[in-house]
Design a protein around this ligand. Sequence first.
Ligand SMILES: [Mg+2]
Length: 340
Amino acid sequence: MGEPRVCDIGEREVIRRIRRRLPAPPDWLRTPIGDDAAVVRPPRNRDEVITTDAMVEGIHFDRSYVSPAAIGAKALAVNLSDLAAMGAEPRLALLSLILPADTTVNDLDSLVDGMLEMAGRHGVTLAGGNVSRSPGPLVVDVTAIGSVKARDVLLRRGARPGDAIYVSGAVGAARAGLLSLRGAQGTAGQAPGDGLEELRARFLVPEPRVRLGLLLARNRVASACMDLSDGLADAVRGVTAAGRVGAIIEAEALPIPAAARRVFEAAALDTIDAALEGGEDYELLFTVPRRRRRALAAVLARVPGVACAHIGHVTAARRIVLRREGVERALPAGYSHFTG
Ligand SMILES: [Mg+2]
């Protein structure tokens, strides 16, 4: 007899195990979990913001080096990152779990616990979901709903020539963390003290910039905002295309951690290109008009753990230029889901 698996306990018991782990629901959730659908009282005078994102085994994670708890936490975190990019306050999530029959009950519990820990930290209620058997990979599909005052919502469009471009946290960290987890050559001899643990953590469980997004929105600091799910280059392209503007990005200003630089160099990658193209950082890219710079400083003082780097500015000319050691060239292409 091995460890119990989900096929041994059946769907009903899987749902019971998940339900048992949930904290008491807030009063705006009008139905107990387990009815045909969730009934939710909407927040007063606010618009709802809805997003969905799935994590698929073999595409987004490899169970040989990603724990079930990290899979659960990240599946919610990537959705919260999208809400943060809109300036929304997260409120509830729905979980669709597609499980291979041989998933152990322990792994199921850990995955759900990882997700609920992330949910608890951000005040998110798991309001319902669905469980199904997978004939192949493990799939964790999450829908998240938040709310924002209509006039505060952050959109991708809205960047104007002269606006400063900022990015939160670090770029390239998640990609370097993934390379390190995969055992990229040259990194095996580095001790955790070299910063590798931090890079790996950024890949395994990104910290969605929920509070920063909320404050940027409430204080009307950002003219445009987008999260970095597919890399910084992709986000710059997204914001400039939506605003029908261009940008100049200063390579020397990019917040690339020293440990990530070492990982890229060991893997024979160009440091700047690797950081620009590297996906999964889940930071926020945002633009700030000159007259809102002082308000930005006040916002940043309220998120002391999150540094924001001024990495360039918006231009009227609709080109994206990377300025590096005085030389200007086009920005490299970002990661693409169907070709990468
Ligand atoms: Mg996004």
